[in-house]
Design a binder for this molecule. Structure first.
Ligand SMILES: NC(=O)c1ccc[n+]([C@@H]2O[C@H](COP(=O)([O-])OP(=O)(O)OC[C@H]3O[C@@H](n4cnc5c(N)ncnc54)[C@H](O)[C@@H]3O)[C@@H](O)[C@H]2O)c1
Length: 267
């Protein structure tokens, strides 16, 4: 038997949004290796994700859907694809996202606000709503995971509106966990710190620069988020719901570094 047949997610069907790049690609590949069948949903074609899966002979477990997660019809279509292709759904990962409006608050207009919240919050609401309704009707429980960010908890991590949107996502997820618990549907957020994605590399940011921000001596990778989500999606984590799992190499624990900034030393 291959790993995929004996893995932690063997027999499960998962949707991963934003699967064509970065963290979502890592989650899709991690889930495939753990034995899940995956609907890979993205605005862009999953060319690289498909090629990477093929290298490990896992492409047969992968089905691609082009979709815009800000659009309700598209979210409904992704769920339908899971039912049509694999006959069920077990895990929904609301991961697709982007930076949103980059300007200071005073310079963002209402349109910029709406577009940012559509990409980062409305998309998650739609994912929870549609997957939640499907899983409830299926009657076998399920798991909904969302990619949050440590920007929800501290300043200096992102543009202001992104931070506000991610804070909304964390609480939306927690409240959904309370409402969906009676149906054995677990809802959790994973909140990464800086994770090495192609976007960083193409703008000249190195792993060493990320490491310098944090106590942990290695840069966070998409596979680290995938490992956390695989565990959270598995039966081993059956009591975890409503949580926000920080995955940041210790950045939040490190805090504002005021001793170092005032006195040039940390203790
Ligand atoms: N990389 C980090 O350091 C970091 C840290 C914390 C949180 N995050 C979060 O991780 C998630 C994934 O981002 P990433 O860092 O992997 O970036 P990425 O740009 O590498 O990947 C984002 C993916 O989402 C897709 N996407 C964007 N808008 C979409 C839409 N409307 N519909 C469908 N797909 C869409 C893109 O095509 C892309 O494939 C985001 O929610 C982001 O906020 C990233």
């Amino acid at each position: 038997m291959s790993d995929a047949q004996t893995g932690e997610l063997s027999g499960k069907v998962a949707i991963v949004t934003g699967s064509a790049s970065g963290i979502g690609q890592g989650i899709a590949l991690g889930f495939l290796r753990a034995g899940a069948r995956v609907i890979a949903a993205d605005l862009n074609a999953n060319v690289e994700t498909r090629n990477l899966a093929a290298r490990e002979r896992l492409e047969g477990q992968l089905h691609e859907v082009r979709a815009d997660v800000t659009q309700e019809d598209d979210i409904a279509r992704i769920i339908e694809a899971a039912q049509e292709r694999y006959g069920r759904l077990d895990i929904m990962v609301n991961n697709a996202g982007g930076s949103g409006a980059l300007e200071p608050i005073l310079d963002i207009d209402a349109k910029g606000f709406d577009l940012t919240f559509a990409l980062l919050v409305r998309s998650v609401f739609l994912g929870i709503r549609h997957a939640g309704r499907f899983l409830k009707a299926q009657g076998e429980g399920g798991v909904i995971l969302t990619t949050g960010s440590i920007a929800a908890r501290a300043g200096g991590c992102s543009p202001s509106l992104y931070a506000a949107a991610k804070a909304a996502v964390v609480q939306l997820s927690a409240m959904s966990a309370v409402e969906l618990a009676p149906y054995s549907i677990r809802v959790n957020t994973v909140s990464p710190g800086p994770i090495m994605i192609p976007g960083f590399a193409s703008s000249g940011i190195s792993a060493e620069q990320l490491i310098a921000l944090q106590p942990w001596p290695e840069a966070g990778q998409p596979s680290d988020v995938a490992a956390a989500m695989t565990f959270l999606a598995s039966e081993k984590c059956r009591f975890a719901t409503g949580s926000d799992w920080v995955l940041d190499g210790g950045i939040l624990a490190q805090g504002p570094l005021w001793l170092e900034r005032l006195y040039g030393k940390s203790t």
